[in-house]
Structure formats: C-alpha cells, structure tokens
Design a protein around this ligand. Structure first.
Ligand SMILES: [Mg+2]
Length: 454
C-alpha cells in the first residue's frame, strides 16, 4: 500500500450509496451521430453517482445509443454490492486489486468476461470513482494523473494478461524516462490546449448542402482535420469525399470511418477507390474483433498511404494488445466509456507507448469528449510527450448538459482546472432527459414525436 494522503484518508470516505440513471437524448431526430451501421442513434448514457459520507460524490458514465441503456444500468446495480460500504480512499490505494474484484465477480463474469454490457457497467463505476478521487484532491483528472507518483499511478492497473508486452516495472520506468519537460508541457496545455479534429461535418444522415455548411463553419473555427462517415454506397462516398476536399482543400487532413460495415476484402477494394482523396486513415473498416483482418487491410492499404484506425469498440486490453502486436492499426482509438474505465485505458497507453503506436482517442456521444481529453493530456504531459499526428476527436453534442463541459478554442481542447472528470450532469439535464420519465421524454411521447420502444 502507498503512503497515505490526507485528502483520501478518513472513515468519512465510506461509500454510502451508488446509483445508475438511464439518460437519453433524442439525437436521432437530427441524424446526428448516424453512420453506416448506427443509422438512428439516440445519444445516451448510464450515469453513475457514488456518494460518500464526507458529502463529496463522484459521477461517471458509459455511453450508449438508446435502447439497452437500462440493461447496463441494471448491471451497475448488480455490481453495486462490491462498491457500497467500501472506503473510497482504500479503493484508490489498492485500485488495481479493486478493479480486478469488479471485473472478476465470480458469477457476473460469466456474462462477460471483461467485454460487452458487464464491462460497460464497470467503466461507468470506475469513471465515477476517478471523478471522486480528483474532486477529493481538488484537481482535474488530467492534473491528478500528471502529478501522481509513478508507482501509485501504475498500481491502479491490473496487468494480468499483458505482462508479455509491458510489466508494472516497465510502466514506471516509461513514466520516469518521460518526466523531463513535463512542467513545460503542462504550461503549454494551459495556454494553447490539445489539438482536436471534428466529425461534425460528415454524419451519414447529413445532406450535401449541410456538409458544405458544416465544413465552412469548422474551417472558420480553425479546424484542420475532418472526418466523414463512409460505407453505405461507394458512389455516394466518392461524392461526399469530393465535397469534403472541395471545401477543406488538400492541406487539411481528411479521415474516413466505416463503423465496421465491410468484410476484409471489401474494405480493401472500397478504400482503393477512395484513395484519390488521400484519407489519413480508414477507421473501423471491419469487425472490431478481427485483429488479423485489420492487419491484412493495413498491409494492403499501406502503399496508398492510408493507415488503419480502430479501438472505439475494442473489448478490452487483451484485444488492444493483439491489435498493437499484430501491426493491425497505426492509430489506436481508446474510448473513455469503454473497456474497464480509466485504469484499463492507462494500460493501453502504456502498451501503445512501448510498441510505438499513436493514441488518437475516440470521442463524441455524451460525455466522451469531457472524459477522454483528460487522459490524452496526461499522455502528453507524462508519457508520449508528443502531439505529432495526434488529435482528440471532437463532436459538438450534449456539452451543455454538463456542469463543467469541455472548452474548445481554435480547434484545441483547453486544459480545464475544475476538479473532477468533467462528468457531472446539470440537475435540469436529469430532470428533462432521464428515460422514460424525464419531462422532455414525457412531452415527446405525448406529442407523438417519439414512440416508446424501451
Ligand atoms: Mg468511429
């Protein structure tokens, strides 16, 4: 156990309750978030609140697309007996072990293990605990991680199944090796922030005119990298990519995202046809579980200068390990609401660093931008020390629902100073959008705007 820290010690850190709310927003009405596979998402989340006797609470979430959010919330409830009544400070000082307890619950693990609904539920709980920890220390999560003693940080990770790539001792060493210049990088984050790209220009449900309008808007905001959804129809993709290049020119970067729609060979053939538009990467060309398929695609597209990006639906650190080992991706897209929350995501950063792959986080949805920019900022201050060809995704959705949302200026996420993980929803957001009894949902049901399908 690590040296006690006054902020996270005390009997009053007993967790008195843990709740999980089903929160949904009607984004399908505007086609926001639509892609080749997810044609009508209603951006949603399971919102977990962990209360302590001290009165400080932690909020965390996992992202969902509408239906099924209640199933994840139910799973949080099934795990809550492992959280309620525990001392939060003791959890933090043995966080790796606690994470293993949650993910290895002897009966619930049968409906995972470490994947799918059970792992989403773990992520929401773990993210709420990090918000709590940061609030207790009076720091934003990026700063909490940046200031943390390397041994303590590494002790939060469960290294089971990944020590063939990185061990705890190596992870500590990587942090020590990259400590030089940390203060300067921190200062720079506070001054200019961390670069982002936008996906707001290219949802598949958007019309050509709307795409042009959005491109102009984001260019005016200083963006230099743009992502568009592909995979529904090759002729339509060619037209849309053409529009993008007409609007953004050839000096700015273009990325394309197929959201898992293709078979391996189909992905290669399709992308060869889009190669003339010089996309930096093809994202999620095929099944998120197909490590060797991604490797094949990656090899075939390399002569065209197209890289492969994936990770937003990667199940866990073991899958990430294989993708990284197999040269199956060149851009590693961690997602803050998936795998087992912050602790497991940190392990992916260490593996990516060791194997020399860039991390470019997935974001958007509800709260994903809020959370993940903290992690990428820590990576910059403490591990990779580099922003080269690295961005955090940015989508302008649902930020207004949060008390301390992200701040984006000149296409950069600004470093926040408010304590926590930026995950606390406004009380009115809960009053309006908790499903199905929130006031906005009741109104939409009554007016026939939405049919309740669960
Ligand atoms: Mg994507």
């Amino acid at each position: 156990m690590m040296a006690p820290n006054a902020n996270i010690t005390g009997d009053d850190l007993v967790i008195t309750s843990i709740t999980a709310k089903d929160m949904r927003w009607p984004t399908s009405l505007g086609g926001h978030g639509s892609d080749a596979m997810h044609t009508d998402p209603d951006y949603s989340c399971v919102y977990v609140t962990i209360n302590t006797e001290r009165g400080v609470c932690g909020n965390g979430l996992t992202f969902t697309l509408g239906r099924g959010t209640d199933i994840v919330a139910m799973t949080v409830k099934a795990l809550s007996y492992l959280v309620q009544g525990r001392n939060a400070g003791e959890i933090f000082l043995g966080f790796g072990q606690f994470w293993r307890e949650l993910t290895s619950e002897s009966q619930l693990r049968w409906i995972g293990p470490e994947k799918g609904v059970t792992h989403l539920a773990v992520a929401a709980i773990i993210n709420a605990l990090w918000d709590l920890w940061a609030k207790l220390e009076g720091k934003p999560v990026w700063k909490l991680l940046t200031d943390m003693d390397p041994e303590l940080l590494v002790s939060t990770i469960d290294f089971r199944y990944i020590t063939d790539v990185v061990t705890p001792a190596e992870a500590v060493e990587l942090l020590r090796q990259n400590a030089a210049g940390k203060e300067q990088r921190e200062k720079e984050l506070l001054e200019v922030g961390y670069p982002c790209y936008t996906t707001q220009v290219g949802w598949i449900g958007y019309t050509d005119e709307y795409i042009r309008e959005k491109c102009k808007e984001y260019i005016a905001k200083g963006f230099t990298a743009f992502k568009i959804k592909v995979g529904r129809d090759i002729n339509s993709d060619i037209k849309r990519c053409k529009i993008l290049r007409e609007e953004i020119g050839w000096d700015n970067k273009l990325m394309v995202d197929a959201n898992q729609i293709w078979d391996v060979n189909e992905a290669i053939e399709w992308m060869v046809k889009l190669a003339e538009f010089k996309p930096l990467w093809i994202e999620e060309p095929t099944s998120p579980d197909d490590v060797l398929g991604h490797a094949t695609i990656s090899k075939a597209l390399s002569p065209y200068g197209i890289s492969v990006a994936t990770g937003e639906m990667c199940a866990n650190r073991v899958m990430f390990k294989q993708f990284l080992q197999a040269d199956a991706l060149q851009f590693c897209q961690i997602d803050s609401a998936r795998i087992g929350g912050v602790n497991e995501i940190l392990s992916v950063y260490f593996m990516a660093k060791k194997l020399n792959v860039k991390v470019v986080p997935h974001a958007g949805g509800v709260g994903l931008c809020e959370m993940v920019h903290h992690l990428q900022m820590w990576d910059y201050t403490s591990l990779s020390g580099s922003k080269e060809d690295r961005y955090v995704e940015y989508v302008d959705q649902q930020h207004e629902q949060f008390i301390n949302p992200v701040v984006v200026e000149n296409a950069h996420y600004m470093a926040l100073t408010a304590p926590g993980y930026s995950t606390e929803l406004k009380p009115e957001a809960i009053e309006q959008f908790e499903y199905p009894n929130g006031s906005e949902w009741q109104r939409m049901f009554n007016e026939g705007i939405f049919k309740r399908k669960e």
